[in-house]
Design a protein around this ligand. Sequence first.
Ligand code: PGA
Length: 252
Amino acid sequence: MVAMRKKLIAGNWKMNKTPSQAVVLAQELARTVKGNESAQIVVCPPYTALVSVRDVLKGSTIELGAQDLHWDDQGAFTGKISADMLLDAGCTHVIIGHSEQRTYFHESDATVNSKMKKALSTGLIPIVCVGETLEERDGNRAFDVVKKQTEGAFAGITDPGPTVIAYEPVWAIGTGRNATPEQAQEMHAFIRKLVGTIHSPSIAASMRILYGGSMKPDNAKGLMNQGDIDGGLIGGAALKADSFYGIVQAAL
Ligand code: PGA
């Protein structure tokens, strides 16, 4: 069976860009990618820029994502954001379980799972992140860690719909040290097989699995030429239109 998985390039702007800076970047991106239909493109600005970026992207094929959400509908959760708020702001996607959330803000497999369920039940497409630390890789625990995170994310979910997984080895994020295409492919194939066990082989064959961690225009092609790497979740290189577009072009 040959699975047709359109490449997806998602930009994770993290805590960068004020609303006015975000508008400028979104305008540049919309101009640059105009007419590009080959890869699906999503940008994930900070919450304060979502609405203005949505307005800039009207009429563009670039879609909008958020960097997190809360699993409750509303209420006394100071500092948090709900699925309805994101949907109303124009989001189609939401990043869940990013390693920075896991490391600095106590994100657990259980909270990732609650967020997954909320996103799926409201129609937001999760981009759920998994990945091991350097210590875990060096200790030969990378596959165990990714298995636990993946199983945790999907626990109790019967239909993952259009969920996207991002494999982001923590040691490669923002370090300039990307996984080799072979290292990444090995883990992507492992994750796809695991999704086949958790869900079904056909769901596994159609699920996009992105690589994230120092993906740049000059290494993107080598990574995305691998059979199980269906695009990228891009941090640093997503903050400039030309480098982000360089990666989009590598996906063609
Ligand atoms: P990076 O970040 O491309 O800057 O390594 C990727 C990510 O954290 O999503």
